[in-house]
Design a protein. Structure first.
Length: 95
């Protein structure tokens, strides 16, 4: 569950909203069984559901760029930032 300063932990997923009248247009964004929000449009729901992965990838990329700028970048033991970024982008696009 989210707090004022911390988002609900991911992964989040998209599923069709379960109300028959609006099932074609609305989608649930969920973390486990917890409903995060109901969104109109599947593309928007996918983008929102990718938020935890996008945040993680951006934080990792910022660390890498800062360490490159400072001359302290080391590849050993680091998560592959490009893989994180590509995976988060693919999830947001529904690929």
């Amino acid at each position: 569950m989210a707090t004022e300063n911390t988002p609900t932990p991911g992964p989040w997923r998209v599923q069709p909203h379960d109300t028959a009248e609006v099932e074609l247009f609305f989608f649930d964004v969920r973390a486990g069984e917890e409903l995060i929000l109901v969104v109109e449009g599947e593309a928007d729901a996918r983008l929102i559901s990718a938020a935890p992965e996008l945040l993680q990838a951006c934080e990792e990329a910022a660390q890498v760029l800062e360490s490159v700028k400072n001359g302290t970048y080391k590849t050993f033991g680091r998560v592959d930032t490009i893989v994180l970024l590509r995976a988060a982008i693919a999830k947001a696009r529904g690929e």
